[in-house]
Ligand binder design. Structure first.
Ligand code: DLL
Length: 435
């Protein structure tokens, strides 16, 4: 039997869903126009007023927003309600400079948690379940989102946060966790740790896992399902749109249903901005329909994706997105943290190095390796190992502070990093995350 968290909405006939989106969009555009001078100026520059937007068919008239806009308006420029009405912030992982800060009213938190509750119920969750949340808690949206969703479902929620695998296993076995929520790479790692301890998949009580926040392949899914003895569900989201739960998989595992009562999804050509028909591959763009505090219109996610409107046997009518197939910018996700090569370059220049470097990423035993090779300038070159080691440590610390994760730094001889005649190929990603 199919179960839904909000059946009427999740199975709403497409025409009715479209009418709901039309109505909400008109209201949301007016809200933004009235309260976000930055976006209003963008609309004025594009020659659009709220009167021009009568529904989803007019969406293409609105200007896009991107991460650059969020940086320009940092920290409060996109806020659409008085700060006093906000109850929470969350933030992107990664930079310590201008992070993306998302604001929430209580209403926004409520809707976000509903989205996560839908994902948990789609994975078979009920109030009888024990949900072990090992996404990071804190500024990252993963912990807070799934935690809130689990409460809404009425399940027993274990707010474990990430790390301390020994303790994760102990709680999982002692408290008989039934649903595991974490990044797919951590799930795979937990599977390995369990095998090392001699715990067989059938000895744990897990039945499902809800994994996202980074790319993962079908092959990885099968590996996790086998090692933990569960069914593994994908979940997608980004800080800018609240966090996890924008889209989630149902039992058919054939794409993630986008919560279309809260978000309009478009696919655009990343170079021209032209809207592409469903089924074509391009960049995913979201318009949030209900968010009060941080209501982004036409936000460019940079995730490359395809939408599928064919009916799903689960009965949900909301459009499905494929697993993201890459990015239209150069953002990397390493150990769950968003990393831009430009951040590494900034640190190198600050620390007195030339921007001749190579980033190598691989996945060994289900965990990401992250190596940064940096060329020394002739005057920095030293014969003593201790001097080089000290410099590597100092640069490693500066990178960790900027990125939030520690790369292994290798200082190499001047002119030993291959020069390129065209675009420098600075990143070698051996993980094969996209099929
Ligand atoms: O990763 C939110 C999240 C938390 C999603 C927990 C799912 C589970 P950010 O740190 O802002 O937010 O990173 C967002 O991560 O634009 C994608 O590139 C990537 N991403 C998120 N989910 C998936 C997924 C959270 N299921 C960025 N598959 C997004 C592939 C994903 N990539």
């Amino acid at each position: 039997m199919q179960t839904y968290y909000q059946k009427e909405i999740e199975t709403m006939p497409p025409e009715k869903l479209r009418a709901l989106q039309d109505e909400k969009l008109v209201r949301q555009v007016r809200h933004v126009w009235d309260h976000v001078p930055y976006y209003r100026a963008k609309m004025e520059a594009a020659g659009v007023t709220p009167e021009d937007i009568c529904g989803v068919r007019d969406l293409h008239k609105l200007p896009f927003l991107s991460k650059a806009d969020l940086r320009d308006t940092y920290p409060y420029g996109m806020l659409a309600v008085p700060l006093a009405d906000c109850v929470r912030i969350q933030s992107t992982s990664g930079t310590t400079g201008k992070r993306v800060i998302a604001y929430y009213t209580q209403h926004d938190i409520d809707l976000w948690e509903d989205c996560c509750a839908r994902a948990i119920v789609a994975a078979g969750g009920t109030k009888e379940d024990v949900v072990q949340v090992c996404y990071g808690y804190g500024l990252f949206t993963g912990g807070a989102g799934l935690h809130g969703g689990s409460h809404k479902v009425g399940a027993l929620t274990l707010p474990m946060s990430s790390g301390n695998t020994e303790r994760q296993l102990q709680f999982m076995m002692d408290l008989k966790s039934t649903i595991l929520c974490c990044t797919p790479s951590y799930a795979a790692y937990i599977g390995e740790a369990m095998a090392e301890k001699g715990i067989k998949p059938e000895e744990n009580c897990l039945k499902a896992g809800i994994f996202g926040a980074e790319p993962w392949t079908e092959e990885m899914r099968r590996g996790i399902e086998k090692s933990l003895g569960i069914k593994a569900y994908d979940i997608y989201g980004l800080t800018e749109t609240s966090g996890p739960g924008v889209a989630f998989e149902c039992e058919y595992q054939n794409g993630m249903h986008i919560n279309e009562d809260h978000f309009i999804a478009e696919i655009i050509d990343p170079d021209t901005g032209e809207v592409l028909p469903d089924g074509q591959k391009g960049e995913l763009v979201f318009t949030s329909l209900d968010k009060e505090a941080f209501p982004l219109l036409r936000y460019r996610t940079r995730d490359i994706c395809v939408l599928d409107r064919t009916p799903c046997p689960c009965g949900r009518t909301h459009v499905r997105m494929a697993k993201p197939m890459g990015r239209s910018d150069d953002m990397l996700i390493i150990r769950g943290v968003n990393v831009f090569p430009s951040q590494i370059e900034t640190v190198l220049l600050q620390e007195g190095y030339a921007p001749n470097y190579r980033i190598e990423i691989d996945r060994v035993n289900n965990s990401d390796t992250f190596d940064v090779y940096v060329e020394l300038l002739p005057e920095q070159f030293s014969d003593t190992v201790s001097a080089i080691t000290a410099m590597e440590r100092k640069l490693g610390d500066a990178l960790r502070i900027m990125l939030g994760i520690s790369p292994k730094v290798h200082l190499v001889a001047p002119r030993s990093i291959e020069r390129s005649e065209g675009k420098a190929k600075r990143v070698i990603d051996k993980r094969k995350l996209h099929e």
